[in-house]
Design a protein around this ligand. Structure first.
Ligand SMILES: [Zn+2]
Length: 274
């Protein structure tokens, strides 16, 4: 059994602020260790469920957060950026299941720790085939494109709720409950890790009962950005249509093409912040 893990940082127990999540944040060193330990818990649960190969993709910011020598020795680590599939780099049709650790809710979610979608300073809404999706949905659909089901998500209560709305039967772990965007009531990290291990084991043991989250063609992305200058740049991409002062649309027949266009649009739009 091959298991794919995408790991983010905002949804890790104890993390509430940019001081944890930014590379130069005062608490970043501590936060990346907590992130590594939560990933290790998921890896341990996967091994108990019979996983024979586990690939972990570091999916936060610089994508160089997980501490290699502290990572479970039986997992492969993909780190660094840019990567063609970004938060889903390394996924393909040979995997049996995907799990998301340390995830957070979509931008615009109330009472969600550090809610955002791919680039907090750029994206205000991402709508795909009429569904408003955050990173959980956008990335689950990449796994779904390859026929891989998303079976487990950990993060705060808000992302856990959004994952359950997206994927019936998915196993979720809420390691904290937001009190606002920058505050939360969190489980102790060790307790969170124990729950993640059990959830990973349970999700992979029940494999087959959870279906893939797939976005069927034609795939239409509507991307809403934070200002008109960002849309001015994003609409330069061939095939992109301007549908509003701060919104663009892109349509293609396969999800991966739309995912790549979305990443290109966000990256270009972000250039206006430089
Ligand atoms: Zn994220």
């Amino acid at each position: 059994m091959k298991v794919y893990i995408s790991a983010d940082l905002e949804g890790v127990a104890g993390v509430t602020h940019a001081e944890h999540t930014m590379r130069d944040g005062k608490e970043h060193e501590r936060a990346r260790l907590l992130m590594t330990e939560e990933v290790n818990a998921a890896v341990a649960g996967a091994i108990e469920a019979g996983a024979t190969e586990i690939v972990v993709n570091d999916s936060h910011g610089t994508m160089r957060n997980i501490i290699p020598e502290k990572l479970h020795r039986d997992a492969y680590l993909i780190s660094g950026t840019p990567k063609p599939l970004s938060m889903m780099e390394g996924i393909d049709e040979t995997f049996d299941a995907a799990m998301f650790i340390g995830y957070h809710a979509a931008c615009g979610t109330r009472n969600a720790v550090l809610d955002h979608t791919y680039a907090g300073r750029v994206v205000s809404r991402a709508v795909i085939n009429g569904m408003e999706l955050g990173e959980t949905g956008i990335n689950a659909a990449v796994a779904g494109y390859f026929g891989v089901p998303l079976v487990m998500v950990s993060g705060d209560t808000a992302v856990a709720r959004q994952a359950r709305e997206l994927v019936p039967g998915i196993v979720t772990v809420a390691v904290k409950e937001a009190i606002g965007r920058y505050a939360a009531r969190s489980l102790h990290p060790e307790k969170a890790q124990a729950l993640i291990k059990e959830a990973a084991k349970k999700a992979l043991t029940g494999l087959g009962s959870i279906s893939c989250f797939e976005v069927h063609p034609p795939v239409c992305l509507e991307l809403h950005v934070n200002n008109t200058g960002m849309a001015d740049i994003a609409e330069l991409i061939p095939g992109v249509e301007r549908i509003g002062p701060r919104a663009i649309r892109f349509v293609a027949d396969d999800y991966l093409t739309v995912f790549r266009a979305m990443r290109a649009a966000i990256t270009l739009a972000g250039e206006t912040l430089q």
